[in-house]
Design a protein around this ligand. Structure first.
Ligand code: GLA
Length: 392
């Protein structure tokens, strides 16, 4: 069954009737620019064909109910009680899966709780974005729910405002200290192009990837090592970046250039310096990738992707053995570039591969995983895809 019909059926079970509509939003891969978003820098993600669907129906009262194929039980709450669900002590009062959806409802209501269209709603969520794979399954939920509520509540908000509401849900409802890349990538997806985003101004430009014209495919290698960003390493890297910027007297690492690095080395401990060096060089690699795509085409970006991986492995230290194995095996088998994608500590790698080499690279990565005693990876191709839409 498709995720679209699963969402429709689940809403039927919940309400005994048909939805008013079904909305969907995509997951994403990040082509390059990792951990640069919360440093107010540059990223170049694109939306993928995998989507999350929200079937929705208006209610006659002021309650919101959300159900999902991930969970056995629906969660129901009065709209006025939404803000009490997400205390700042991080002690969530609802299951985490539901906080992405309820957090979006809360964030949209925070913009204008007296908007006349706001009333109770039932939501049923189903997804074909792999969870915990670094493909932004959470941003896809947020995008689908934000799109549904935007229409059902007659809010008439644009994609950037909806992306900000999604990020607020993630940061303040779920408590994951993430940046805005994933929500912007999902909300602003365009077929055949990546989204070049300035995370300070939130200005975007579509940059055609040219993959298919050049006979290239982007392979996703999901290592199946699950990650979560609400705790641990992600927050720790964020702190190191803030510390580094403060030592340099810079508002954010976005304001530090490659030429500043020798000075930076003298001002901070060695680990903090390596964290800073990753962000500063990664921002430059994003700019170089955009320039290369525009002038020379996608064949020219392979070394930038691979250099990004080395920087995350050695300086930012967010890779894991499975990701390094995927990247190394893909490159040895002829990929023109490869890197881990997303927040790290698990999740997926990407490899840019000539169409004719897809089978060879896939076999090589599967073989390397088996030799290393790792569980089999899940490998598939993705093409840049469109953002949110109303499906029914
Ligand atoms: C996760 C976060 C993003 C971004 C990436 C790393 O996907 O949600 O905001 O920080 O990690 O680039």
């Amino acid at each position: 069954m498709t995720a679209l019909s699963a969402a429709r059926d689940l809403l039927g079970e919940l309400t005994g009737t048909a939805p008013d509509g079904i909305w969907s939003a995509p997951g994403r891969v990040n082509l390059i620019g990792e951990h640069t978003d919360y440093n107010e820098g540059f990223v170049l993600p694109f939306a993928i064909p995998h989507r999350t669907y929200a079937a929705a129906r208006r209610r006659d009262d002021d309650r919101i109910r959300v159900a999902s194929t991930f969970a056995d039980e629906a969660v129901e709450v009065a709209l006025d009680d939404l803000s009490s669900l997400f205390p700042s002590d991080g002690d969530l009062r609802v299951p985490e899966w539901s906080a992405y959806a309820l957090g979006v409802a809360w964030a949209l209501r925070e913009l204008d709780a007296s908007a006349p269209g706001i009333r109770g709603v039932d939501l049923a969520i189903a997804s074909d974005v792999p969870v915990g794979a670094g493909l932004s399954s959470s941003a896809a939920i947020e995008g689908a729910v934000a799109s549904a509520l935007n229409d059902l509540w007659n809010l008439d908000l644009g994609p950037v405002t909806l992306a900000r509401a999604g990020r607020r849900a993630e940061n303040e409802a779920v408590g994951a200290p993430t940046g805005i890349m994933d929500q912007m990538a999902s909300m602003l997806g365009v077929a055949d192009a990546a989204t070049f985003l300035d995370c300070r101004s939130l200005e975007t430009q579509s940059v055609p990837t040219g993959f298919s014209d050049a006979g290239l495919e982007l392979l996703v290698i999901d290592t199946r090592v699950k990650h979560a960003h609400s705790t641990g390493g992600y927050r720790d890297r964020r702190d190191a970046c803030e510390r580094g910027a403060a030592r340099l007297g810079a508002p954010a690492l976005r304001d530090v250039s490659v030429e500043d690095l020798p000075r930076a080395a003298a001002l901070m401990d060695e680990t903090t310096f390596r964290r800073v060096r990753h962000i500063v060089t990664e921002n430059q690699r994003v700019l170089d990738t955009v320039a290369a795509l525009r002038t020379d085409g996608p064949q020219a970006i392979g070394d930038l992707l691979t250099a990004s991986h080395a920087s995350m492995r050695d300086d930012f230290e967010i890779s894991v053995a499975e990701l390094d194995t995927a990247v190394d095996a893909a490159l040895r088998a002829g990929a023109i570039g490869a890197r881990m994608t997303g927040g790290g500590f698990g999740g997926a790698a990407i490899a840019l591969v000539a169409h004719a080499d897809v089978a060879t690279v896939t076999d090589a990565v599967e073989g390397a995983f088996s030799d290393a005693g790792f569980a089999a990876p899940h490998i598939f191709t993705v093409a840049p895809s469109a953002g949110p839409r109303r499906d029914a």
